[in-house]
Design a protein around this ligand. Structure first.
Ligand SMILES: Cc1ncc(COP(=O)(O)O)c(C=O)c1O
Length: 391
């Protein structure tokens, strides 16, 4: 059968490692899973309690609002004011989405079509590449392998060389998988560029709160005038450990936010209302919760990075995200990331994501997700020491 929109999709490489992990577990092996970025930390009690209570009320069983209930949008506006000093009109500048991924995917339908082009960092979270492609647009990958400064220069060059002129630049800092981080001055420069060249900036801020050593990730909307050209995706997935709840938001430029609201009014009826109610309560009453989650990730990051350094696998500690982006150590580099990650599942019983899954430039790396506790991470390091004899 012919499925034109999806036929060109390459096989999802993460399923290869997942298959090996499942097979090893079936064979009775204890595989330590640092592969998929699926948070293991429980959501706040207050969210679970409110969800249960709201679910008992039949009024909440009906279709909800696709834009998000007003109190939830107000809670997001308050969060932006409190956290970033950014003023948002909850009526026109905040829209509820079914997680950041859904929001970003449908946003690309609104912004792009056949004949348009988008600039996307490479490597990147897969949907950043595929959402513009699904919308029928061309994607130019811009290398982020050399860090954020080189990325900025690469962006400028790609923009100048691209025809048609890109209509959208996708950004996401702290960045998955490279863990690159930027400061407000960097955001200022890209906003200036976008204003000058009339290009839309889409900032996926999935790791808004997940940062360490005193680093505070900036919202792109903190830049004065950013609302003229930028929108941002904010999500409760990582910061509030609510991955399965599917609660995200698009905030910023009101014209773009309203355009997505219009499309979504045709597509969905929003997240289940008890979830929206629970999310509202969490945002209003548990504003410190992200700090607790973050402290856990920081402990795991240190356990992994310090442990790897002790066995001779040197890498830089990330300042943000819940990942460690690790260059494949020299004696194993020839293998490429799929073979190396497969080797780690089989020989060390540790599952990681092969870097090539995030784009061809990622093939010299693997990504560890910090989704097991410190003790298990310590065990992973001991397993790795035994398996990586050549280190
Ligand atoms: C950069 C990035 N964006 C979005 C998501 C998914 O967010 P959500 O669960 O809100 O769809 C992830 C999850 O790993 C991510 O890394």
């Amino acid at each position: 059968m012919e499925f034109r929109r999806i036929n060109a999709l390459p096989p999802y490489v993460f399923t290869i490692i997942d298959g090996l992990k499942i097979a090893a577990r079936r064979a009775g092996e204890d595989v330590i899973d640092l592969g998929f970025g699926n948070p293991d930390i429980p959501s706040a009690d207050i969210a679970v309690e409110k969800l249960a209570e709201a679910a008992r009320n039949p009024r909440n069983h009906r279709y909800s609002s696709s834009r998000g209930i007003p109190k939830l949008r107000l809670a997001v506006a308050n969060l932006y004011l409190r956290r970033f000093g950014v003023d948002l009109d909850p009526e026109t500048e905040v829209l509820s989405t079914i997680g950041a991924k859904e929001g970003l995917s449908h946003l690309m339908w609104v912004l792009l079509g056949a004949g348009d082009a988008a600039l996307v960092p490479s490597p990147s979270y897969p949907i950043h590449i595929y959402a513009p492609l699904f919308a029928g647009a061309e994607v130019r990958r811009v290398s982020l392998m050399g860090g954020e400064e080189e990325f900025f220069a690469n962006l400028m060059e790609s923009f100048q060389n691209a025809w048609p002129r890109p209509r959208v630049i996708v950004l996401s800092f702290p960045h998955n998988p490279t863990t690159a981080c930027v400061d407000l001055a960097w955001m200022q420069r890209i906003v200036e560029f976008a204003r000058e060249h009339e290009v839309v900036l889409v900032h996926d801020f999935a790791y808004s709160e997940t940062a360490f050593d005193g680093y505070v990730p900036p919202s792109i909307l903190q830049v004065p005038g950013a609302k003229d050209v930028a929108v941002e995706l904010y999500t409760l997935t990582k910061s509030f450990s609510m991955a399965g709840w599917r609660v995200g938001f698009l905030v910023g430029n009101p014209e773009i936010v309203q355009a997505l609201a219009k499309l979504k009014s045709y597509l969905d009826y929003g997240t289940f209302q008890p979830i929206q109610i629970a999310a509202t309560v969490v945002l209003n009453e548990a504003p410190e919760y992200p700090k607790e989650v973050n402290a856990i990730y920081q402990g795991r990051r240190d356990a992994l990075c310090d442990g790897l350094a002790r066995i001779g696998w040197e890498l830089e500690k990330p300042r943000g995200t819940m990942f460690v982006w690790a260059p494949i150590p020299e004696p194993y580099r020839e293998m490429g990331s799929i073979e190396f990650a497969s080797f780690l599942v089989k020989e060390a019983k540790v599952a990681v994501s092969p870097g090539v899954g995030f784009g061809p430039e990622g093939d010299g790396h693997v990504r560890f997700a910090l989704i097991e506790n410190e003790q298990r991470i310590g065990q992973a390091v001991r397993n790795l020491r035994r398996a990586l004899e050549k280190l």
